[in-house]
Design a protein around this ligand. Structure first.
Ligand SMILES: [Zn+2]
Length: 267
């Protein structure tokens, strides 16, 4: 019902960028870490960790500058995945345990009188012996994750599933709205290109931001009540200290970035 009501979310994305302005005495970016920890022995690092903050007198958290004028305002449109017919279905798995079982599973047939699902890496979700299970391939005599309780639900239940030896994963069942893949990719690329053009050219920083941007965009489809979110990032990593002595160098960030995402309308 929810999914059929919500098919598009139009978002306004505002970007702000200000300089942290860290000085020798005051770190405002909150980083101020060793730039080359590999130049120290484990023992030395251990000794420094406990003394670090008192010794340097630096704040451990960043001071967010006042973000006054946006450096860019743009719009993105996200489409929700809408099943074409009753046998379609999309289940999403969030898992740090096995990267192969991550991602979206689309229904691809039936097994034991229940739907069978498959992700892009060939992992399957199937129903067997009173539980929903995930295996990394199409074999149904083994599994790496299964639903918590004996459930007879027609589709994979939303919530935590547990590993056969260890680990766990979070499953979004069919009833949880998901963004349609290409509209999500388009929106992410749009946000990244705005970041690149205005305040962040570092490839590694952009890569770090990508997951957070994707998660927040997904959240707007998943939670129709969500109307506003803001994200903060750090960019422009640099090192200070004696140029030829890595042991004296510490890391800072030059730029504080704020991203505001606001729902304009849904349709
Ligand atoms: Zn700093």
């Amino acid at each position: 019902m929810l999914r059929s009501k919500l098919s598009e979310v139009h978002l306004e994305v505002k970007l702000f960028a200000e300089s942290f302005g860290c000085t020798e005495e005051h770190c405002k970016c909150g980083c101020n870490r060793l730039a080359h920890p590999e130049a120290f022995s484990d023992l030395e690092l251990e000794a420094m960790d406990c003394a670090d903050l008192e010794w340097m007198g630096h704040p451990s958290s960043s001071l967010r500058p006042e973000f006054k004028v946006p450096v860019s305002i743009h719009r993105v449109c996200l489409q929700a995945f809408v099943p074409g017919n009753a046998s379609d279905g999309c289940v999403r798995v969030h898992c740090h345990y096995n990267p192969k079982c991550l991602g979206e599973y689309m229904s691809c047939g039936f097994f034991n009188g229940h739907k069978l699902y498959k992700n892009n890496d060939g992992a399957h979700i199937f129903y067997k012996d009173g539980k929903w299970r995930i295996n990394i391939d199409e074999a149904t005599d083994a599994w790496i994750m299964s639903s918590q309780n004996d459930v007879s639900s027609d589709t994979p239940p939303t919530g935590l599933w547990f590993g056969s030896d260890a680990g766990m994963c979070l499953v979004d069942g069919e009833e949880v709205a998901q963004p349609e893949g290409s509209s999500l990719q388009k929106a992410i690329q749009m946000v990244k290109s705005q970041l690149r053009e205005t305040c962040c050219q570092e490839r590694s920083a952009l890569t770090d931001m990508q997951q957070e941007i994707e998660d927040v965009l997904r959240a707007f489809i998943k939670s129709p009540d969500l109307s506003y979110r803001q994200l903060y990032f750090q960019a422009g990593k640099y090192e200070v200290g004696e140029r030829y002595d890595p042991r004296t160098q510490r890391k800072h960030f030059s730029t504080a970035i704020k991203m505001e995402l606001k729902v304009l309308h849904t349709s």
